[in-house]
Design a protein around this ligand. Structure first.
Ligand code: TRP
Ligand code: SF4
Length: 329
């Protein structure tokens, strides 16, 4: 009985935060015991936007992989590797590029949105337009049948299925159609009340020391209408409540905070202090694990080497099928 195959990747953005952990990575941790998993660092994808300034990528890869391992991604269960280790991704990308209509890429909503939203970088390059083609190659080269991603990636995955169908239609059934495993991400807001994101400067990083976490939490915005201690508040619009009571409090504690806030019988500091130890406790083992990994710089290299070997084996096998189907072998 073969388990299904799961593949997912992240662009190397450096150190990860609580949003990555409780969103994407919590899901990967569950999947790694149930499926044959491939988790990779999309370093070529990072170049689609950061081609002019690639210096940070190397360090970002390392930091991100350390975070993956620190939260418990098990490199024996899952193959952990870098995209650029497996040159076959590039070969399949070229071939898929031949059969992908430009119109499919140009009407991709994520593409249009990012083109207008990302400022300070010229994104009118071929690689950025072709981003979903490379992503499709990443997925189907492992014949992955399940791809866990957040909603933001759903349009890309839809495109991947279209490209896969077109390939199978033209050259015969080589690839399974990859299904999207939509990750239900709990709402994790940053200290300013917006979605937690490194680029907003509002994140709690997995590497933050308890004192740093405390400082960030105590400064975090709450119900902005609750100006003074004696004003009643509304937990449903409080970014702190929405994120942290929902993540870390049991039902009685949550109900208690809800009532205390609405009746102004507790202050925001007290409310925050009731949750803070649980957040700190949640992240402590991750920092401990990180320290052990950082103490031996060969660990990350060994993980990527072994993961790369296993990924290469699978990718190489698929490329034989592809070349045969296309008359290239
Ligand atoms: N585009 C994804 C992101 O930004 C990263 C990615 C690249 C990916 N290739 C993939 C995710 C293949 C899933 C499958 O997060
Ligand atoms: Fe938010 Fe708690 Fe303050 Fe209410 S008491 S506004 S829930 S932090």
């Amino acid at each position: 009985m073969s388990k299904g195959r799961v593949l997912s990747g992240m662009r190397p953005t450096g150190r990860l935060h609580l949003g990555h952990y409780r969103g994407v990575l919590a899901n990967w941790l569950k999947l790694q015991s149930e499926y044959e998993c491939f988790f990779f660092v999309a370093d070529w994808h990072a170049l689609t936007t950061d081609y002019a300034d690639p210096k940070a990528i190397k360090e970002n890869i390392r930091e991100m992989v350390i975070d993956w391992l620190s939260v418990g991604i098990d490199p024996k269960a899952a193959a952990v590797f870098r995209q650029s280790q497996i040159k076959e991704h590039a070969e399949l990308y070229v071939l898929l590029g031949m059969i992908t209509p430009l119109s499919w890429l140009e009407r991709n909503p994520t593409y249009k949105e990012q083109l207008s939203e990302i400022t300070g970088k010229d994104l009118h390059n071929f690689g950025f337009l072709g981003y979903p083609v490379l992503q499709t190659a990443d997925i189907i080269i492992y014949k992955a049948d399940r791809v866990p991603v957040g909603v933001d990636q759903a349009p890309h995955l839809e495109l991947s299925r279209e490209i896969t169908r077109r390939f199978n239609h033209l050259y015969g059934e080589v690839f399974p159609e990859p299904a999207t495993l939509l990750t239900q991400v709990p709402k994790i807001l940053g200290t300013d009340g917006r979605k937690m994101s490194k680029s907003y400067n509002n994140a709690i990083f997995l590497t933050d020391e308890p004192k740093v976490i405390e400082g960030k939490i105590l400064q975090m915005v709450t119900d902005t209408a609750r100006k003074r201690r004696q004003d009643p508040g509304n937990p449903d619009v409080c970014p702190f409540f929405i994120t942290y009571h929902n993540l870390y409090s049991d039902e009685p504690a949550r109900a208690g905070a809800r009532e205390g806030c609405a009746k102004a019988s507790i202050g925001c500091i007290e409310c925050k202090r009731s949750v803070l130890p649980k957040l700190i406790e949640d992240l402590a083992p991750i920092r401990t694990a990180r320290a052990a990994i950082e103490a031996d710089p060969s660990i990350v290299d060994a993980v990527l080497k072994d993961g790369g070997r296993r990924a290469h084996e699978a990718a190489n096998k698929t490329m034989h099928d592809v070349r045969r189907a296309m008359g290239l072998e």
